[in-house]
Design a protein around this ligand. Structure first.
Ligand code: NAD
Ligand code: UFG
Length: 331
């Protein structure tokens, strides 16, 4: 298939480009590089020894998107392009609603114009809100605590309404849990700008000595050791989940959790990281972070049943690969 990957220079997008190329697909990337570098495209080509086509464009730019659709016979779209920093979305909600919603609608419009009927969308476990774990696709969604999360819930709604009105338009909505790790080559991985918000990049930067110590946000949650529990999933597994979703897409709207189904606490992750890499991660207990929930993990059985996909990598390989990337990474 000829696959348009928006946001393909980003963290999850680049790993998915590798998986798509390795599965024999042709890849066209559209990315405005607002949170990534063009080098990741070169690294994808280096890892796979295959070429892809890259357009530096904004998905909210209708004309630029139209040009891509008219230049290529696109069979399917995987839409990663979006802004994703929760705190920033609270400070600048308009940027988030505009970028994430308009970008999605411009792409759907182009799909309709050019008869492209396969659409895979990056959603997030955040749309479940503070539901009871494990999160199942059939649950009623609860409000999220920030504009970023709302853009995901709204995009899901928009895609569902459009698919219902146009039954040949096939949509796969993928709700990711907590993506971590990196390609085993150490060439691509997660390189956040500034001080990381997320746990794993924070841990790797403490291990590297770039940051002094980890602050563990709360140790009084109703969890195994009082710290927050999440379902960490290796980005390589996540990438394979996209290939499976695209290749198995049938008419209608399909929602899948992409997680491991296993919850890990902050302290369990720190311990696993120290053990996997034989390195110490100093930490202190701090206050809870506003907006955090106690526990978030997937019921991942639907993706297994319908897509034949399950996560294969364990926490130790997530920690090893995340560290391998950080060790080699130069700003
Ligand atoms: P990322 O920031 O590394 O990648 C996103 C890419 O999209 C970047 O390369 C950025 O330059 C590009 N982009 C953003 N807005 C764009 C626009 N208007 N036009 C063109 N390109 C644009 O993020 P990621 O972690 O790879 O996330 C990919 C997707 O998955 C996002 O939609 C994100 O919200 C979603 N998601 C991520 C996580 C996570 O924890 N990483 C969890 C759930 C969902
Ligand atoms: N945590 C710390 N210290 C830190 C960073 C995080 O203790 O410096 C804790 C958090 O309190 C939480 C856990 O580590 O208990 C995981 O936090 P992350 O920030 O890594 O991930 P979140 O689960 O909060 O959020 C992530 C993405 C969201 C996405 C959500 C979906 O950042 O975009 O997963 O599950 F919506």
């Amino acid at each position: 298939m000829n696959v348009l990957v928006t946001g393909g220079a980003g963290y999850i997008g680049a790993h998915t480009c590798v998986a798509l190329l390795e599965a024999g697909h042709t890849v066209i990337v559209a990315d405005n590089l607002c949170n990534s570098k063009v080098e990741s495209i070169n690294k994808v080509q280096q890892i796979t020894n295959k070429d892809l086509t890259f357009y530096e464009i904004d998905t909210t730019d209708e004309k630029a998107v139209d040009t891509i659709f008219s230049n290529h016979e696109i069979d399917g779209v995987i839409h990663f392009a979006g802004l994703k920093a929760v705190g920033e979305s609270v400070e600048n909600p308009l940027a988030y609603y505009y970028n994430n919603l308009v970008g999605t609608m411009v792409l759907i419009k182009a799909c309709q114009k050019y008869g492209v009927n396969r659409f895979v969308f990056s959603s997030s476990a955040t749309v479940y809100g503070d539901n009871r774990v494990p999160f199942v696709e059939t649950m009623d969604l609860l409000p999220t605590t920030n504009p970023y999360g709302e853009t995901k819930a709204m995009s899901e709604r928009i895609l569902t309404d459009i698919a219902n009105a146009n039954p040949v338009f096939s949509v796969s909505i993928l709700r990711y849990f907590n993506p971590v790790g990196a390609h085993e080559s150490g060439l691509i991985g997660e390189a956040p700008n500034g001080i990381p918000n997320n746990l794993m990049p924070y841990v790797t930067q403490v291990a590297k000595g770039k940051l002094e110590k980890l602050r563990v946000f709360g140790n009084d949650y109703p969890t195994v050791d009082g710290t927050g529990v999440r379902d960490y999933i290796h980005v390589l597994d996540l990438a394979e989940g996209h290939v499976a979703a695209l290749e198995n897409l049938t008419e209608g709207v399909h929602v899948y959790n992409l997680g491991t189904g296993k919850g890990t606490s902050v302290l369990e992750l720190v311990k696993a990281f120290e053990g996997a890499n034989d390195i110490e991660v100093p930490y202190e207990i701090a206050n809870r972070r506003p907006g955090d929930i106690a526990s978030c993990y997937a019921d991942a059985s639907k993706a297994k049943r319908e897509l034949g996909w399950t996560a294969k990598h364990d926490l130790i390989s997530m920690c090893r690969d995340a560290w391998q990337f950080e060790k080699n990474y130069k700003e």
